[in-house]
Design a protein around this ligand. Structure first.
Ligand SMILES: [Zn+2]
Length: 158
């Protein structure tokens, strides 16, 4: 054996991380990757991957649709992605992605650098009406987002 830390996982065996989609497999964590993110999502129609409209100030992302369909909202309009489409999101570019169609979407999302993946979510708060950021809490299997301005709970995923 060399001293190189090769790693192999079978993605269906990776435990799903609580998030707004049916499944999020953090393959990067499972293999110990430190420079880039690599997540595999399974999202039922209507589920978002994984947040609302957000941007990563210092982080690039690439979505690759393996199956199903994805609707991607950007500052330049809406894209409709089908299987085998890949979509690049430059750093600081706002985006939201939602599974659409009549069957689950399976999507690989790659992002780098991994340690700069802070997301800024900016959406209209249903309580105070302002376009605000979000803070979040993880409580067991639930993921809760709060308005940064008024503190109201705005979204709960389980
Ligand atoms: Zn608010």
């Amino acid at each position: 054996m060399s001293d190189h830390e090769y790693a192999r996982v079978h993605v269906p065996d990776v435990e799903s991380t609580p998030n707004p989609t049916r499944e999020k497999k953090e393959v990067d964590e499972a293999v110990g990757a430190s420079r880039f993110g690599f997540n595999v999502y399974t999202a039922d129609p209507g589920e978002r991957l994984p947040w609302g409209y957000h941007r990563h100030p210092d982080h690039e992302e690439l979505f690759y649709v393996l199956a199903g369909e994805l609707r991607v909202q950007t500052a330049d309009g809406t894209e409709h992605l089908n299987a085998e489409d890949a979509f690049f999101v430059p750093e600081n570019a706002p985006v939201s992605a939602e599974a659409v169609g009549d069957r689950p979407a399976r999507v690989v999302a790659v992002g780098a650098p991994k340690d700069a993946d802070d997301a800024i979510i900016e959406e209209e708060c249903p309580v105070c009406g302002e376009v605000t950021g979000r803070t979040h809490d993880v409580a067991g299997d639930e993921y809760v987002l709060y308005c940064e301005s008024c503190g109201a709970e705005v979204t709960r995923f389980d």
